[in-house]
Design a protein around this ligand. Structure first.
Ligand code: SAH
Ligand code: SF4
Ligand code: F3S
Length: 433
């Protein structure tokens, strides 16, 4: 088969950082004759880009490999695993999945050109990153472009695997990021999301110490009609400079994703988070006092080892106290190498964790509806993103989805929509030109 005929399929699990890595992997492979395809059945090369944040995410990757293993009995197929599970499990994966051809870690992406042509079964997982190289990036078909600014994490929260799978914090050079932003805008994207496990740590490891606020300010100055977002923020790392920058900008959306993880001070300590409830309250207050119409979202874990029901209830009350607009939620899942996974005698029973998670999810629904209802009757700027069954939909600045009735709209337009109705997960509105 000629090189040019090869098709590559990537199944991407996990966070936006993985989505962004997939776009880079597609880009690198395109230099070597591989075209991305959307149907795994048509592919010559299948890659699963994995997430290790919970056991469930890890299991998803293995079941995908199982499906491809069966496909490989019918036709020639190259199978690879990359991402956070690959970084952790390394050679063990080659042993466990005999049909697997290639394992590569989160720091080996720019080595792919060498790896894909090696004979035999290969495992390449390096601990230290190598320098970024200039390859294409093949971004997902969307109006939003992911723009990684910092990778890794130095926080070592006691439950979390990320510092082990992504290594220590490393910021990309500001010039690289701003050039990439310019190219994203030139390609017609309407939204840029600056990405990092901890975006507020941006620049601390660079000589000139550029900050997240500086980067946002520079991108904000670029010509064009587009929105800017950033995620994820660590509560105590949010600076006054950042709040000011968001406040004074027209392009940066008024959204802060600030995972709190638990409403209980004792659990926060056990999680090795560097704040307590009072400190979180101060930060939220400062943001709300300064930025009108700001949306604050969070992440919480239910059933961390030793969490009592009363402590769990403190998480529920945090939603009301901080008027959170939305939160991601998860039941605690023990992860390899993490300190919390060693607290076996304090693990919460699976059924109890599920029960707490269900209660937490009901709370999220209640808060989301309450937050959405605030917008009814207002006219808001919507970025039109899709047309499904003849109906347009888009998102307002705080990221909520709006279903729009009205004509003369095109995907990619910014339009003013009168919000007429709210439901738990979305808004409804009318556009009149
Ligand atoms: N850097 C971000 C979050 C990255 S991981 C932060 O500091 O908040 C995304 C989310 O996954 C976390 O916020 C946490 O809520 C959840 N998570 C991480 N490890 C987990 C575990 N072992 N069990 C359950 N949820 C977990
Ligand atoms: Fe994980 Fe904590 Fe780092 Fe977030 S800050 S990625 S939860 S270790
Ligand atoms: Fe998962 Fe790795 Fe992201 S563990 S959440 S894919 S950094």
């Amino acid at each position: 088969m000629a090189l040019q005929d090869k098709k590559v399929y990537i199944e991407t699990l996990g966070c936006q950082m993985n989505k962004s890595d997939t776009e880079r992997i597609f880009g690198i492979l395109s230099h070597f004759g591989y075209t991305p395809c959307e149907d795994e059945n048509e592919a010559d090369f299948c890659i699963v880009n994995t997430c290790s944040i919970r056991q469930l995410s890890e299991d998803k990757a293995y079941s995908k490999l199982g499906v491809w293993g069966k496909m490989k009995k019918e036709k020639p197929l190259k199978i690879a695993i990359c991402g956070c599970v690959a970084q952790q499990e390394k050679e063990k994966l080659l042993k466990r999945f005999p049909y697997l051809d290639l394992v590569f870690g989160t720091q080996n992406i720019y080595e792919l050109p060498n790896l894909i042509n090696l004979e035999g079964r290969v495992c390449a997982v390096r601990e230290k990153p190598i320098e970024e190289k200039d390859f294409n990036i093949i971004r997902a078909k969307s109006l939003n472009a992911w723009l990684p600014i910092i990778e890794g994490c130095n926080n070592f929260c006691s439950y979390c695997v990320v510092p082990y799978t992504r290594g220590r914090e490393r910021s990309r050079e500001p010039k690289r990021i701003i050039d990439e932003a310019k190219s994203i805008i030139a390609q017609g994207y309407r939204e840029i999301t600056l990405l990092g496990q901890n975006v507020d740590s941006y620049g601390k490891d660079l000589k000139e110490k550029p900050t997240l606020a500086y980067l946002l300010g520079e991108i904000d100055k670029l010509e064009g009609d587009f929105r800017i977002r950033f995620t994820t923020s660590y509560p105590t790392d949010i600076t006054d400079e950042l709040i000011e920058t968001v406040k004074n900008s027209t392009k940066i959306c008024e959204c802060f994703h600030i995972p709190m993880q638990s409403g209980s001070d004792r659990i926060l300590k056990a999680m090795n988070r560097r704040y307590d409830r009072a400190k979180y309250a101060q930060i939220v207050k400062k943001i709300r006092d300064n930025i009108k119409d700001v949306t604050i979202t969070s992440d919480f874990i239910a059933g961390f080892p030793s969490e009592t029901y009363e402590e769990f209830e403190m998480t529920l009350s945090a939603f009301d106290e901080f008027e959170l607009d939305y939160s991601n939620t998860a039941a605690y899942s023990p992860r390899p190498n993490t300190p919390a996974a060693k607290m076996k005698d304090k693990f919460i029973d699976e059924d109890e964790k599920k029960k707490r998670l269900a209660i937490l999810n009901d709370k999220v629904k209640e808060m989301s509806l309450k937050s959405n209802e605030k917008y009814v009757g207002r006219t808001l700027e919507v970025l039109v993103e899709a047309c499904k069954n003849g109906k347009f939909e888009g998102r307002i600045r705080n990221n909520k989805v709006v279903h729009i009735t009205g004509n003369d709209i095109q995907i990619g337009d910014f339009v003013n929509v009168k919000i007429t109705k709210a439901s738990t997960w979305c808004l409804f509105g009318e556009y009149k030109n």
